[in-house]
Design a protein around this ligand. Structure first.
Ligand code: PEP
Length: 256
């Protein structure tokens, strides 16, 4: 059975007091969450908090810490960078790779993203690989070929064993931070397409085992509708993950 995951991406938000309050809020509400070995919560806080986050969550079986990025290099003279090795040494288990904001503002291309995934996996971090098309691509009805290319240029270079240890997040760029969510049909259609592409490249058992999250203005109101879809295994949540009650509602909107 595929793992269900609700992941919060705080991006570059929350000063220390806010970050502590949010993490404490999650821990306090933990007993109200319908989590299980098959359904967990991941929080991708800014780097300065990931150690605290991993430490806080270490007492809770189904709460996990993530980084929002890692370096494509293993270690050394790369001022300002944070390696997968450092992240893993903190007890963090996941890392987001290839978020559209990294691709757009920091020019991260498929080649760099593949190197980051390799670094992450070398340190036993699970990459959450993001893909998603801009609005012009969808309007031109080229979204399937666009996503296929993003997969082919990056995670389809992994071995079967490596891809099995990835999570995929489909995040249409036009839906991120815009309040404009993909419809349940649009999201399900793309998730099924991604799964089929994985099956074509690898095999059906692998395709059936990979969690594919939807991201793009998921909130407390629309989450339950999205989660009825067969191929939507959870969400990568930006804005709404900064509001504890909304995030808790999203967590419980996903059946365990
Ligand atoms: C994201 O940051 O990955 C995201 C989906 O943001 P939002 O939920 O705010 O659209």
């Amino acid at each position: 059975m595929r793992k269900k995951i609700i992941a919060g991406n705080w991006k570059m938000n929350a000063v220390k007091e806010e970050a502590i309050a949010l993490l404490n809020g999650i821990v306090e509400q933990y007993n109200t969450y319908n989590l299980s070995p098959n359904k967990s919560v991941i929080i991708a806080a800014p780097f300065p908090y990931i150690d605290y986050c991993a430490t806080q969550f270490s007492n809770f079986q189904f709460l996990h810490a993530a980084a929002q990025n890692c370096s494509e290099y293993e270690q050394g003279a790369y001022t300002g960078e944070v390696s997968a090795k450092i992240i893993a040494s903190l007890g963090v288990q996941y890392v987001i790779i290839g978020h559209s904001e990294r691709r757009q503002y920091f020019n991260e291309n498929d080649f760099v993203l593949l190197a980051k995934i390799k670094q992450a996996q070398l340190q036993n971090l699970v990459p959450i690989f993001c893909c998603g098309e801009p609005i012009e691509v969808r309007e031109n009805e080229e979204h399937f070929s666009f996503i296929k290319q993003q997969l082919s240029h990056c995670i389809f270079h992994l071995t079967p064993q490596e891809i099995k240890n990835c999570i995929i997040a489909y995040e249409p760029i036009w839906a991120i931070g815009t309040g404009k969510t993909a419809t349940q049909e649009q999201a399900q259609e793309m998730h099924a397409f991604i799964r089929k592409e994985i099956e074509n490249k690898f095999d059906k058992p692998i395709a059936d085992s990979i969690s594919i999250l939807y991201g793009g203005s998921v909130n407390a109101v629309n989450a339950a509708d999205l989660f009825v879809s067969n191929d939507i295994d959870g969400a990568l949540v930006g804005g709404a993950s900064l509001k504890i009650n909304d995030f808790s509602t999203i967590i419980n909107a996903m059946p365990s």
